[in-house]
Design a binder for this molecule. Structure first.
Ligand SMILES: [Zn+2]
Ligand SMILES: [Zn+2]
Length: 365
């Protein structure tokens, strides 16, 4: 099969030929129809994450196999199943849950595959969706998306799930407690809409882009703050009418995290989501004195993805704009370049079928 992969030491996408996966045991092989392009793929292409003064966290030192086939927002049609999988799955179009763990440790048994220390995440630690076929270890990781636009449904596996799981972490708040969303791109806007749909009445959006802040108000934010404000934490506190109960930082860089931290009230919660990189230097004594919680949130678990797909089927999720592209080496490379240059308003989803002949990316809602 054709696959669009990162070779070891390379920082570009190459078209390579890999053996078409043959399912054994409980495995299911799908023909890839749609593959969403995620900003985290650009970090994987760069080979690691920015750890601030600690340098880079290199993926090759963390057991990421090369050639690496990225792509973790995948909808495909089941082509073949192993002898221990259900034969009636063949021909069905399903969404793949990619955040797969070892399946055996206590974390996995508790349903938190995404937190497994021996993860087998598709598109990160195992071959992902920038290829003609993808192999999934068990049918339990496949989610029925009947009735949904399959290209949009693909984005639920990472973009939607990441927002949903982050919002779940501030679930216990009073509806009038202030929640700050830093980064009103696709994920932040989705989070604002989810908070709104849950009856939350006090959400403040922070972003550099004026159009994004306008969209945030349309999605249900009650106030906005420009991220380039010289005294950002003070501006957030002023917009919120006081120090805030929770901040969800979808950027999570050196320049944002400290302002989120400084805006927290006593007992406040800072949820770190973005992979922008950098570091946060804080006075340790403020943690006990203000009883603060710092919590990381990485994608979400399978139960959350099923809940999210049910919300989508009920029409309770906002449709982020989808930008069509073709699933080939050029389509993957161009999409990642556009993400690096911050030229994407919405989500690029590459398709193996119905792709435009020109190779140009076209936007649709
Ligand atoms: Zn992602
Ligand atoms: Zn595990």
């Amino acid at each position: 099969m054709k696959a669009y992969a990162v070779l070891e030491g390379a920082t570009e996408i190459s078209e390579i030929t890999l053996p078409t996966p043959v399912p054994v045991g409980s495995e299911v092989v799908l023909r890839v129809l749609h593959s969403g392009v995620c900003h985290s793929d650009t970090h994987l292409l760069e080979g690691g994450y920015d750890l601030g003064a600690r340098g880079m966290m290199l993926l090759k030192d963390r057991g990421v196999p090369y050639p690496l086939v990225l792509g973790h927002e995948v909808v495909g049609t089941v082509e073949r199943v192993g002898p221990q999988a259900s034969p009636e799955l063949v021909g069905k179009t399903l969404l793949v849950f990619p955040w797969i763990g070892c399946g055996e440790c206590s974390t996995c048994r508790a349903g938190h595959d995404n937190a497994c220390t021996d993860g087998r995440m598709l598109g990160v630690q195992r071959q992902g969706g920038y290829a003609e076929y993808i192999s999934v270890p068990h049918e339990k990781y496949l989610v029925n998306i009947s009735g949904l636009d399959p290209a949009w449904a693909a984005t639920l596996a990472c973009s939607g799930l990441t927002s949903y799981s982050a919002v779940n972490k501030v679930r216990a708040l009073d509806p009038d407690d202030a929640v700050v969303i830093i980064g009103a791109g696709g994920l932040g806007l989705t989070a604002i809409a989810m908070l709104n749909a849950r009856g939350h009445r006090h959400t403040i959006a922070v972003d550099l882009s004026e159009p994004n802040l306008k969209l945030a108000m349309e999605m249900g934010a009650t106030a906005t703050v420009p991220a380039d404000s010289p005294t950002l934490s003070a501006a957030i506190v002023e917009a919120a009418g006081g120090p805030v109960a929770a901040v969800i930082d979808f950027v999570n860089g050196t320049a944002t995290a400290i302002h989120g931290f400084d805006a927290l009230r006593k007992g406040g919660l800072l949820v770190h989501v973005g992979l922008f990189g950098g570091e946060l230097t804080i006075p340790t004594v403020l943690l006990p004195v203000k009883m603060l919680t710092l919590q990381g949130s990485y994608v979400g678990n399978l139960t959350e993805l099923r809940e999210l797909v049910d919300l989508a089927k009920a029409g309770a999720l906002p449709h982020i704009p989808i930008i069509d592209g073709r699933l080939d080496a050029t389509g993957v490379a161009d999409s990642l370049a556009r993400l690096v240059e911050r030229r994407v308003a919405g989500r690029i989803v590459l398709s193996a079928e119905q792709a435009p002949d020109s190779g140009e990316l076209t936007a649709r809602r």
